[in-house]
Design a protein around this ligand. Structure first.
Ligand SMILES: *Cc1c(COP(=O)(O)O)cnc(C)c1O
Length: 295
Protein backbone atom coordinates (compact mmCIF):
# COMPACT_ATOMS: atom_id res chain seq x y z
CA UNK A 1 0.00 0.00 0.00
CA UNK A 2 1.26 3.45 -0.93
CA UNK A 3 1.24 5.68 2.16
CA UNK A 4 1.81 9.41 1.83
CA UNK A 5 4.58 11.17 3.74
CA UNK A 6 4.21 14.92 4.26
CA UNK A 7 6.78 17.46 5.34
CA UNK A 8 5.77 19.73 8.22
CA UNK A 9 6.58 23.40 7.89
CA UNK A 10 6.93 25.45 11.08
CA UNK A 11 9.17 28.41 12.08
CA UNK A 12 10.66 26.30 14.90
CA UNK A 13 11.90 23.69 12.42
CA UNK A 14 13.56 26.34 10.30
CA UNK A 15 15.18 27.93 13.29
CA UNK A 16 16.56 24.63 14.59
CA UNK A 17 17.45 23.28 11.12
CA UNK A 18 15.40 20.15 11.58
CA UNK A 19 13.35 18.40 8.92
CA UNK A 20 10.15 16.83 10.21
CA UNK A 21 7.95 14.47 8.20
CA UNK A 22 4.77 12.62 9.05
CA UNK A 23 3.79 9.28 7.54
CA UNK A 24 0.02 9.21 7.14
CA UNK A 25 -0.85 5.62 7.99
CA UNK A 26 -4.12 7.09 9.27
CA UNK A 27 -5.07 6.99 5.59
CA UNK A 28 -4.86 3.19 5.19
CA UNK A 29 -8.64 2.80 5.34
CA UNK A 30 -11.50 5.03 6.45
CA UNK A 31 -12.33 2.85 9.47
CA UNK A 32 -9.55 0.27 9.83
CA UNK A 33 -7.14 3.07 10.32
CA UNK A 34 -3.47 3.53 11.07
CA UNK A 35 -1.52 0.96 12.99
CA UNK A 36 -4.66 -1.12 13.62
CA UNK A 37 -4.83 -1.94 9.92
CA UNK A 38 -1.31 -3.39 10.05
CA UNK A 39 -1.95 -5.19 13.34
CA UNK A 40 -5.05 -6.90 12.01
CA UNK A 41 -3.68 -7.77 8.56
CA UNK A 42 -2.02 -11.12 9.31
CA UNK A 43 -4.44 -11.97 12.11
CA UNK A 44 -7.33 -11.81 9.63
CA UNK A 45 -5.48 -14.07 7.23
CA UNK A 46 -4.68 -16.53 10.03
CA UNK A 47 -8.21 -16.55 11.45
CA UNK A 48 -9.65 -17.39 8.03
CA UNK A 49 -6.95 -19.96 7.32
CA UNK A 50 -7.78 -21.74 10.57
CA UNK A 51 -11.47 -21.70 9.63
CA UNK A 52 -12.72 -19.43 12.40
CA UNK A 53 -16.03 -17.63 11.87
CA UNK A 54 -15.73 -15.21 14.79
CA UNK A 55 -13.11 -12.79 16.09
CA UNK A 56 -13.16 -11.93 19.79
CA UNK A 57 -11.18 -9.15 21.37
CA UNK A 58 -11.07 -6.77 24.35
CA UNK A 59 -10.95 -3.05 24.85
CA UNK A 60 -12.08 0.08 26.63
CA UNK A 61 -15.23 1.92 25.62
CA UNK A 62 -13.35 4.35 23.33
CA UNK A 63 -10.88 1.84 21.91
CA UNK A 64 -9.59 2.37 18.37
CA UNK A 65 -8.85 -1.34 18.30
CA UNK A 66 -12.49 -2.26 19.01
CA UNK A 67 -13.71 0.03 16.20
CA UNK A 68 -11.14 -1.31 13.72
CA UNK A 69 -11.78 -4.97 14.60
CA UNK A 70 -15.55 -4.58 14.22
CA UNK A 71 -15.15 -3.12 10.75
CA UNK A 72 -12.41 -5.54 9.66
CA UNK A 73 -14.49 -8.55 10.76
CA UNK A 74 -17.48 -7.36 8.80
CA UNK A 75 -15.44 -6.67 5.68
CA UNK A 76 -13.93 -10.15 5.91
CA UNK A 77 -17.23 -11.95 6.42
CA UNK A 78 -16.50 -12.79 10.04
CA UNK A 79 -18.56 -12.22 13.16
CA UNK A 80 -17.04 -10.24 15.99
CA UNK A 81 -17.38 -10.01 19.75
CA UNK A 82 -16.03 -7.09 21.77
CA UNK A 83 -15.50 -7.61 25.50
CA UNK A 84 -15.72 -4.07 26.86
CA UNK A 85 -14.28 -2.87 30.14
CA UNK A 86 -16.89 -1.16 32.29
CA UNK A 87 -20.65 -1.02 32.53
CA UNK A 88 -23.12 -0.64 29.71
CA UNK A 89 -24.63 2.78 29.17
CA UNK A 90 -28.05 3.28 27.68
CA UNK A 91 -26.64 5.68 25.12
CA UNK A 92 -23.70 4.17 23.32
CA UNK A 93 -20.70 6.42 22.75
CA UNK A 94 -19.62 6.95 19.10
CA UNK A 95 -17.01 4.15 19.23
CA UNK A 96 -19.39 1.51 20.57
CA UNK A 97 -22.21 2.69 18.30
CA UNK A 98 -19.86 2.24 15.35
CA UNK A 99 -18.90 -1.24 16.57
CA UNK A 100 -22.55 -2.18 16.96
CA UNK A 101 -23.39 -0.78 13.50
CA UNK A 102 -20.71 -3.16 12.20
CA UNK A 103 -22.56 -6.02 13.92
CA UNK A 104 -20.05 -6.50 16.72
CA UNK A 105 -21.65 -8.21 19.73
CA UNK A 106 -20.75 -6.23 22.84
CA UNK A 107 -20.25 -7.86 26.21
CA UNK A 108 -19.65 -5.58 29.18
CA UNK A 109 -17.56 -6.74 32.10
CA UNK A 110 -16.69 -5.11 35.39
CA UNK A 111 -13.21 -3.75 35.85
CA UNK A 112 -12.30 -6.60 38.18
CA UNK A 113 -13.58 -9.27 35.75
CA UNK A 114 -11.78 -7.47 32.96
CA UNK A 115 -8.48 -8.05 34.72
CA UNK A 116 -9.23 -11.80 34.59
CA UNK A 117 -9.99 -11.71 30.88
CA UNK A 118 -7.18 -13.97 29.73
CA UNK A 119 -7.62 -16.72 32.33
CA UNK A 120 -8.72 -20.14 30.95
CA UNK A 121 -11.91 -19.98 33.05
CA UNK A 122 -13.01 -16.65 31.70
CA UNK A 123 -12.20 -17.63 28.11
CA UNK A 124 -14.13 -20.88 28.56
CA UNK A 125 -17.19 -18.94 29.71
CA UNK A 126 -16.91 -16.76 26.61
CA UNK A 127 -16.74 -19.89 24.41
CA UNK A 128 -19.87 -21.28 26.00
CA UNK A 129 -21.65 -18.02 25.28
CA UNK A 130 -20.30 -17.12 21.82
CA UNK A 131 -18.98 -20.39 20.38
CA UNK A 132 -15.43 -20.89 19.16
CA UNK A 133 -13.47 -17.77 18.28
CA UNK A 134 -10.12 -16.47 17.09
CA UNK A 135 -8.75 -14.48 20.00
CA UNK A 136 -7.05 -11.16 19.40
CA UNK A 137 -5.47 -9.67 22.55
CA UNK A 138 -6.34 -6.26 23.95
CA UNK A 139 -4.81 -3.57 21.75
CA UNK A 140 -4.33 -6.22 19.05
CA UNK A 141 -0.70 -6.96 19.83
CA UNK A 142 0.66 -10.47 19.16
CA UNK A 143 3.38 -11.92 16.95
CA UNK A 144 1.27 -11.60 13.80
CA UNK A 145 0.47 -7.99 14.64
CA UNK A 146 4.16 -7.20 14.91
CA UNK A 147 4.75 -8.90 11.56
CA UNK A 148 2.16 -6.44 10.23
CA UNK A 149 3.51 -3.30 11.90
CA UNK A 150 6.93 -4.14 10.48
CA UNK A 151 5.44 -3.09 7.13
CA UNK A 152 4.74 0.50 8.23
CA UNK A 153 8.30 1.58 7.43
CA UNK A 154 9.90 0.90 4.07
CA UNK A 155 13.15 1.55 2.23
CA UNK A 156 12.10 5.14 1.41
CA UNK A 157 11.96 6.07 5.07
CA UNK A 158 15.57 7.09 5.48
CA UNK A 159 15.23 9.78 8.18
CA UNK A 160 17.65 9.79 11.14
CA UNK A 161 14.90 9.46 13.73
CA UNK A 162 11.60 7.57 13.66
CA UNK A 163 8.99 8.66 16.20
CA UNK A 164 6.03 6.52 17.18
CA UNK A 165 3.28 6.72 19.82
CA UNK A 166 3.24 3.72 22.15
CA UNK A 167 0.30 1.90 23.74
CA UNK A 168 1.13 -1.79 24.14
CA UNK A 169 4.36 -1.38 22.13
CA UNK A 170 3.39 -3.59 19.17
CA UNK A 171 3.65 -0.80 16.65
CA UNK A 172 7.01 0.50 17.74
CA UNK A 173 8.36 -3.08 17.96
CA UNK A 174 7.50 -3.75 14.31
CA UNK A 175 8.96 -0.40 13.30
CA UNK A 176 12.18 -1.05 15.21
CA UNK A 177 12.50 -4.40 13.44
CA UNK A 178 12.34 -2.67 10.04
CA UNK A 179 14.51 0.33 10.94
CA UNK A 180 18.18 0.41 9.96
CA UNK A 181 20.94 0.51 12.55
CA UNK A 182 21.71 4.08 11.50
CA UNK A 183 18.26 5.17 12.63
CA UNK A 184 17.01 5.78 16.17
CA UNK A 185 13.41 4.91 16.96
CA UNK A 186 11.82 7.00 19.72
CA UNK A 187 8.61 5.94 21.45
CA UNK A 188 6.16 8.24 23.19
CA UNK A 189 4.24 6.17 25.77
CA UNK A 190 0.57 7.07 26.23
CA UNK A 191 -0.66 4.39 28.60
CA UNK A 192 1.57 1.97 30.40
CA UNK A 193 4.39 2.53 32.78
CA UNK A 194 7.79 3.05 31.25
CA UNK A 195 9.53 0.00 32.74
CA UNK A 196 6.75 -2.46 32.00
CA UNK A 197 6.66 -1.26 28.41
CA UNK A 198 10.39 -1.43 27.99
CA UNK A 199 10.36 -5.09 29.02
CA UNK A 200 7.50 -5.90 26.62
CA UNK A 201 9.21 -4.22 23.68
CA UNK A 202 12.49 -5.96 24.45
CA UNK A 203 10.64 -9.26 24.15
CA UNK A 204 9.56 -8.39 20.58
CA UNK A 205 12.78 -7.03 19.14
CA UNK A 206 16.44 -7.89 19.41
CA UNK A 207 17.60 -4.51 18.18
CA UNK A 208 18.92 -1.80 20.46
CA UNK A 209 18.48 1.35 18.37
CA UNK A 210 15.43 2.63 20.25
CA UNK A 211 14.37 4.45 23.37
CA UNK A 212 11.23 5.58 25.13
CA UNK A 213 10.69 9.15 26.16
CA UNK A 214 10.31 9.02 29.92
CA UNK A 215 8.43 12.24 30.29
CA UNK A 216 5.21 13.34 31.77
CA UNK A 217 4.37 16.09 29.31
CA UNK A 218 1.41 14.04 28.14
CA UNK A 219 -0.10 13.67 31.61
CA UNK A 220 -0.91 9.99 31.09
CA UNK A 221 -3.42 8.05 29.07
CA UNK A 222 -6.65 9.82 28.18
CA UNK A 223 -5.60 12.76 30.32
CA UNK A 224 -6.22 15.62 28.02
CA UNK A 225 -5.48 19.20 28.91
CA UNK A 226 -6.19 22.51 27.24
CA UNK A 227 -2.64 22.83 25.93
CA UNK A 228 -3.05 19.56 24.02
CA UNK A 229 -6.49 20.45 22.63
CA UNK A 230 -5.27 23.88 21.51
CA UNK A 231 -2.17 22.35 19.95
CA UNK A 232 -4.17 19.76 17.98
CA UNK A 233 -6.51 22.45 16.65
CA UNK A 234 -3.78 24.87 15.63
CA UNK A 235 -1.78 22.04 14.03
CA UNK A 236 -4.87 21.08 12.05
CA UNK A 237 -5.43 24.67 10.95
CA UNK A 238 -1.81 25.23 9.90
CA UNK A 239 -0.92 21.82 8.44
CA UNK A 240 -4.34 20.40 7.55
CA UNK A 241 -3.31 17.23 9.39
CA UNK A 242 -5.75 15.93 12.02
CA UNK A 243 -4.22 14.40 15.16
CA UNK A 244 -5.95 12.42 17.89
CA UNK A 245 -5.88 13.40 21.56
CA UNK A 246 -4.63 10.12 23.00
CA UNK A 247 -1.65 9.16 20.86
CA UNK A 248 -0.60 11.21 17.85
CA UNK A 249 -1.34 14.65 19.34
CA UNK A 250 0.75 13.86 22.40
CA UNK A 251 3.55 12.45 20.26
CA UNK A 252 3.66 15.56 18.03
CA UNK A 253 3.63 17.85 21.05
CA UNK A 254 6.41 15.72 22.53
CA UNK A 255 8.51 15.87 19.34
CA UNK A 256 8.22 19.66 19.15
CA UNK A 257 9.11 19.86 22.83
CA UNK A 258 12.28 17.81 22.22
CA UNK A 259 13.15 20.00 19.22
CA UNK A 260 12.72 23.13 21.35
CA UNK A 261 15.09 21.62 23.92
CA UNK A 262 17.70 20.87 21.21
CA UNK A 263 17.45 17.12 21.74
CA UNK A 264 18.07 16.48 18.02
CA UNK A 265 21.37 17.62 16.45
CA UNK A 266 21.13 20.38 13.85
CA UNK A 267 20.51 19.00 10.39
CA UNK A 268 18.62 15.93 11.65
CA UNK A 269 15.59 14.54 9.89
CA UNK A 270 12.67 13.01 11.77
CA UNK A 271 9.81 10.83 10.58
CA UNK A 272 6.73 10.76 12.83
CA UNK A 273 4.34 7.87 12.26
CA UNK A 274 0.70 8.99 12.22
CA UNK A 275 -0.89 5.88 13.70
CA UNK A 276 -4.49 7.02 13.20
CA UNK A 277 -6.91 7.02 16.13
CA UNK A 278 -9.09 9.79 14.76
CA UNK A 279 -12.31 7.92 15.47
CA UNK A 280 -11.54 8.49 19.15
CA UNK A 281 -11.79 12.27 18.73
CA UNK A 282 -15.56 12.03 18.36
CA UNK A 283 -16.08 10.47 21.77
CA UNK A 284 -13.42 12.67 23.33
CA UNK A 285 -15.04 15.85 21.94
CA UNK A 286 -18.41 14.84 23.34
CA UNK A 287 -17.08 13.74 26.69
CA UNK A 288 -15.04 16.86 27.33
CA UNK A 289 -17.20 19.35 25.47
CA UNK A 290 -14.29 20.48 23.31
CA UNK A 291 -13.73 20.76 19.58
CA UNK A 292 -11.29 18.36 17.91
CA UNK A 293 -10.72 17.62 14.22
CA UNK A 294 -12.84 14.69 13.17
CA UNK A 295 -11.98 13.91 9.55
C1 LIG B 1 -3.64 1.60 19.41
C2 LIG B 1 -2.93 2.85 19.03
C3 LIG B 1 -1.58 3.08 19.36
C4 LIG B 1 -0.80 2.13 20.21
O1 LIG B 1 -0.27 1.08 19.47
P1 LIG B 1 0.52 -0.10 20.19
O2 LIG B 1 0.87 -1.02 19.11
O3 LIG B 1 -0.45 -0.72 21.17
O4 LIG B 1 1.68 0.49 20.89
C5 LIG B 1 -0.96 4.22 18.89
N1 LIG B 1 -1.65 5.13 18.16
C6 LIG B 1 -2.94 4.97 17.87
C7 LIG B 1 -3.63 6.03 17.11
C8 LIG B 1 -3.62 3.83 18.28
O5 LIG B 1 -4.92 3.69 17.97
Amino acid sequence: MEIKTQEISLPLLKEKEIKLFIKRTDQTHQHISGNKWYKLKYNLIEAKKQGFKTLLTFGGAYSNHIAATACAAKENGLKSVGVIRGEEYFLLNPTLQFAKDNRMLLRYVSRSDYREKTTPDFLEQLKVKFGDFYLIPEGGTNELAIQGTAEILDANDTQDYICCPVGTGGTIAGSINTSTDKQTVIGFPAIKGFYELKKDIESWTKKKNWKLVNDNFSGGYAKVNKELIDFINSFYKEQQIPLDAVYTGKMMLGILDLITKDYFPKGSSILAIHTGGLQGNKGMSKRLGVILPIS
